[in-house]
Design a binder for this molecule. Structure first.
Ligand code: PAF
Length: 297
């Protein structure tokens, strides 16, 4: 490993048992991955944008259970933000992040620059996801999924992991990444991991940190109303339940969308039964903070 420009993050735990290494160049990460593979070890990869919380930890823990070597990346990808101000505001908490994962992760990849990932000039590939990228979040965040898919494809090509782990809170992202690996013919298996929730049902997100205590409590209404749809879905029509659930949230939050969709195509459905599973997806803001959530039936 010495020829690789790898730096130890100050990770020596009081136990002395942990040793996560920081890698800052993609070519070093690629050499490392080749070396691991030559030793016939499996790689589990967890790509993130940092500001890590228990949701991310659950992905890393799952990778730890299923693979020999766990690699996590932290890269705030500029091409998936629609607003420059959102990119600038995105929390960057590298030191706390490293501490949080040091005992369960083997290598942490933090690219030293955007150029290390994209080269001198950012040229994005245009992937055809059969319209998946234009539904739901795609409508409100144009180009977001193309930017996300570009960075994920670059990262997956560098890491050549056996398995890569994604949270199902970003279900649409998960479906698009599944499609992406088929398009670019990668062998990496994409694993979707369940949403981790706070005690009141609010889905864990880095953005929850931006909420006041009162807003955090009030946002419990999201999970409550999604469950309401789940519970009553056989008895009421789709538009009826959609309106009722929206009504529960409005007044507490600004609803961007609350949609009942086909879990595979993400297209609208007209009956509870003729589909590939039902996916209920929400986006809205409270305290100026945008939150998303979903459940499947
Ligand atoms: O889910 C995220 O944090 C990001 O979209 C990802 C997958 C790390 C790509 O930047």
């Amino acid at each position: 490993m010495s020829e690789l420009s790898i730096f130890s993050v100050s990770l020596a735990h009081s136990t002395g048992l942990t040793h996560m290494e920081l890698i800052q160049k993609s070519k070093d990460l690629n050499s490392l991955a080749k070396q691991i593979k030559s030793e016939r070890k499996t790689i589990g990869f967890v790509p993130t944008m940092g500001a890590l919380h228990s949701g991310h930890l659950s992905l890393i823990q799952r990778a730890r259970k299923e693979c020999d070597i766990v690699i996590c990346s932290i890269f705030v990808n500029p091409t998936q933000f629609n607003e420059q101000s959102d990119l600038e505001k995105y929390p960057r908490t590298l030191e706390a992040d490293s501490k949080l994962i040091e005992s369960i992760c083997d290598y942490l990849f933090v690219p030293q620059s955007v150029e290390d990932i994209y080269g001198k000039e950012i040229t994005l590939k245009e992937f055809d996801f059969d319209g998946l990228e234009n539904e739901l979040e795609g409508e409100f965040r144009p180009r977001h999924f193309q930017g996300m898919a570009n960075v994920v494809s670059i990262l997956l090509n560098i890491v050549t992991a056996d398995k890569a782990y994604f949270g199902l809170k970003d279900y649409q992202q998960f479906k698009i990444v599944e499609r992406l690996t088929k398009l670019i013919q990668l062998d990496t298996k994409i694993v979707g991991c369940p949403i981790i929730r706070e005690a009141n049902g609010l889905a864990r997100s880095s953005r929850n940190e931006l909420l006041s205590e009162a807003a955090r409590e009030a946002a419990a209404v999201i999970f409550y109303s999604l469950n309401y749809i789940k519970e009553f879905h056989p008895f009421l029509s789709i538009p009826e339940l959609q309106e009722k659930a929206k009504g529960m949230i409005e007044g507490i939050m600004d609803v961007e969308y609350l949609e009942i969709r086909d879990a595979e195509t993400l297209k609208e459905i007209t009956s509870w039964t003729e589909n590939n599973g039902v996916f209920i997806s929400f986006a809205g803001t409270i305290d100026g903070v945008r939150l998303i959530d979903n459940i499947r039936i």
